[in-house]
Design a protein around this ligand. Sequence first.
Ligand code: PGA
Length: 248
Amino acid sequence: MIMDNYDQVSLRGAEEILNQIKKKPDSVLGLATGGTPIGLYEKLVQSYQSGNVDFSSVTTFNLDEYIGLPAEHPQSYSYFMWNHLFSKVNIQKRNVHILPGVFNNEQEMITRFEKKLIDCGGIDIQLLGIGTNGHIGFNEPSDHLTVGTHIVELAYETVTSNSRFFNRIDDVPTKAITMGMGSIMNAKKIILLANGKSKAEAINKTIEGKVSTDFPASFLQLHPNVQIIVDRDAASFLVEKGANRISV
Ligand code: PGA
């Protein structure tokens, strides 16, 4: 879906999530962080404040977290989620699942997270952003992809790109924990948002490129229910004008 601007991308993405919660009040949402979904979270908060949505039965799982940052660190993804969404709506704390950046037993923590995901019946709708290098979650380009939750070494491109949120590039964690490609691909529905010229090449490769571990987002071509919502800038490198393309 090609929208006019970022605000429209955020609105369209938020509508997908709101419709999902309306249809199934105990929906399981897979959530993302980064600059892209901030507008969508603002729309969800506005909708909640207007009395149009109830999060009390909603469960959430977040895609990823930086290794070494405790939940209260201002650049942790846990902090991000509470700051932009959870503290502003009526979600129940026990229904929020975010991988910890600091832990004692890696295997135990991963097993617990994945068991919760299975016990909840899987993700109804997974929200994604995309890295300029094609990562989704923190599944970075590689000669192989990992199915389950795992720890990754962040790509240099990711560290430089995310350094805009930190005082110095040296402060950016170099490792993260992420849901794997299998967990993402198991979501019943996926919505990926992107805006701006810097994402144009990535969106072209996601939709029109070869399916390759060199570009993890290309695997979304194999998922039966994906919506990619972009602004005109992010759509500007698309070549094919397929029947599935909706310009709004
Ligand atoms: P961004 O990050 O939304 O800050 O561009 C997206 C991503 O790296 O997945």
